[in-house]
Design a protein around this ligand. Structure first.
Ligand code: MRU
Length: 369
């Protein structure tokens, strides 16, 4: 996507020094646009842990690039197999909820273990990381096309009045290498002059909505309004939301969806108000091996300080301040699970289907065993 007049993806190989992977620093946005260099497995681990790099498809791409960087760390003193397997386990352990990370690291290891003769470990690992970036970009492009049909229908029904879409967290291009999942249909609608307006949940505790989604929409000139996380239900009761589009970190084979904490409450409010609620996801976010989201998806617990403190800009500095009494304890679950029964449909790269095992199986029969 364009930042100013320059095209960026959210991760790429430094062409002038192929031992370096570059990423947009999502911790600094929207206050400053900075690029970070990743030189090692440890660098990727830290970038994922501190959320410099975040969002399910990007986590997958970063994981695959970590395996590539691991191949560059092999020297005469290392056992290649052990080194790569340790790196894979280490990176996967970094964030447990998004299945994309596990999937991409395992896929990179599979490609390495089954490489054709004549290809080096580094060549095959790099090719795989780049294949994943291209695949996720293409997934988002196709998701955009299918999601657009829902916005078009709603726009016709509203006789051209702006279509109000509520979103939570950030499932935009920063999280997905390019286009975004939730944002791909929105960009297409905006480009084709269908009036849209986006309600952006701030998304406490880390404020990915306020900091990242609002910034992305601003860059693309898409009309949007930032709201406090608790506002959605009120807007829905007053006819001010037409569609809810949210991302996904892990969906099950029957269509339960884990996404940023607070998504479930938006789904309940949408259900109560008869508002279509869609999870927008590439198939790389579906864990075809599990059925029940509430019992089978591991939910990441993060540092309670993300709840007791808040970061923002003061003058030129990004500062972090406490927002509660010093002795207050907090808990910080990163994700929640929305049961399939509250989800109107899944918008995927293969089309739109019900959040239902039979329908998902029809669309992704090759992934079911
Ligand atoms: O903790 P985060 O910021 O990585 O959480 C991200 C989300 O919940 C996104 O909605 C999800 O990764 C989808 S990205 C297409």
């Amino acid at each position: 996507m364009l930042v100013g007049d320059k095209y960026f993806q959210s991760i790429w190989l430094d062409e002038s020094d192929p031992s370096v992977v570059r990423v947009i620093d999502q911790q600094k946005l929207p206050f400053s646009f900075e690029i970070c260099e990743l030189h090692s497995v440890e660098d990727v681990y830290s970038a994922i842990k501190d959320m410099t790099v975040r969002g399910a498809p990007l986590l997958g791409a970063a994981g695959a690039f970590a395996i590539y960087l691991a191949t560059l760390e092999i020297n005469s003193a290392t056992d290649p197999r052990h080194h790569l397997e340790n790196a894979a386990r280490y990176i996967i352990s970094c964030r447990p909820t998004a299945i994309n990370l596990t999937w991409a690291v395992n896929y990179a290891m599979f490609k390495i273990n089954n490489r054709p003769s004549g290809k080096s470990l580094s060549e095959i690992a790099l090719e795989t990381a780049q294949e994943i970036c291209n695949k996720e970009t293409e997934n988002c492009r196709l998701i955009g096309k299918y999601g657009l049909s829902l916005i078009e229908e709603t726009s016709k029904r509203k006789e051209g009045k702006p279509v109000n879409i509520l979103t939570h967290c950030n499932a935009g291009w920063l999280a997905c290498i390019d286009y975004g999942t939730v944002t791909a249909p929105i960009y297409l609608a905006h480009e084709t002059k269908i009036p849209v307006h986006i309600w952006v949940d701030e998304t406490r505790p880390r404020n990915q909505g306020a900091r990242l989604t609002a910034w992305e929409l601003e860059q693309a000139g898409v009309p949007h309004t930032l709201i406090a996380d608790n506002t959605g239900g009120h807007l829905m009761q007053h006819g001010m939301v037409d569609l809810v589009f949210v991302g996904c970190d892990r969906a099950t084979r029957k269509g339960d969806v884990a996404n940023k904490i607070g998504t479930y409450l938006k789904a309940l409010a949408a259900y109560d108000n008869n508002i279509p609620f869609y999870s927008v996801l590439p198939s790389t976010s579906i864990d075809f091996g599990i059925t029940d989201g509430i019992t089978e998806i591991p939910v990441e617990e993060r540092d309670p300080e993300e709840v007791t403190k808040i970061s923002g800009i003061s003058g030129k500095d990004i500062v972090t301040i406490r927002i509660c009494p010093e002795e207050t304890t907090a808990v910080n679950y990163g994700f929640d699970v929305t049961p399939a029964k509250y989800i109107t449909g899944l918008i995927t790269e293969k089309g739109i289907c019900k959040a239902d095992e039979a329908e998902i199986k029809k669309m992704f029969s090759d992934k079911f065993q």
